[in-house]
Design a protein around this ligand. Structure first.
Ligand code: RP5
Length: 169
């Protein structure tokens, strides 16, 4: 689950999740970050099953050189909010859909934060957007990455135009 560059000082984004069962959803964040040339690491840091380690991970994230945290969890998804309460870094929450409630429980757990402790939430299951948002945050101080994001968006437009062409033909 962790890419080969984990632990290197160039790792900018930490992707964490409550369980390895979240990884099939969360891996899309890593994939798009890799596509955009952003170095990331991933780990399981459960808010409920390993609360002490979770707090420690959150407290150390910025001192280890991370700039953005992506946190995904299902059900009572307290991981993004708890991390946000112990880190100065931006936290992007990914609601992971489970068997019951279709991820609505997770979505509400993530977005209903009290004033002063923000978590940016993406759509249920949309870890890809979490990765892109993390890259956009990093790109505010990285013009090369900003250009790659512009190119990425141009690629999306090109694909959409090609689909329009196919529908019209
Ligand atoms: C949550 O419980 C995790 O984030 C996961 O989405 C869910 C189920 O975990 P497992 O029972 O599959 O380990 O805390």
């Amino acid at each position: 689950m962790t890419d080969e560059t984990a632990g290197s000082p160039t790792v900018k984004v930490g992707i964490v999740m409550g369980s390895d069962s979240d990884w099939p959803v969360m891996q899309a964040a890593g994939e798009v970050l890799t596509e955009l040339g952003v170095v990331w690491e991933a780990d399981v840091v459960s808010a409920h099953r390993m609360p002490t380690e979770m707090i420690e991970w959150g407290q150390q994230a910025h001192t280890r050189g991370l700039s953005v945290i992506i946190a995904g969890a299902g059900g009572a998804a307290h991981l993004p909010g708890m991390l946000a309460s112990v880190t100065p870094l931006p936290v992007i929450g990914v609601p992971v859909p489970l068997k019951y409630l279709d991820g609505m429980d997770s979505l509400l757990s993530i977005v209903q934060m009290p004033g002063g402790i923000p978590v940016a939430a993406v759509a249920i299951g949309n870890a890809k957007n979490a990765g892109i948002l993390a890259a956009r945050i990093l790109a505010t101080s990285d013009s090369d990455l900003q250009q790659r994001l512009v190119d990425y968006a141009a690629g999306l437009a090109e694909t959409a135009h090609a689909k329009g062409d196919a529908v019209r033909s």
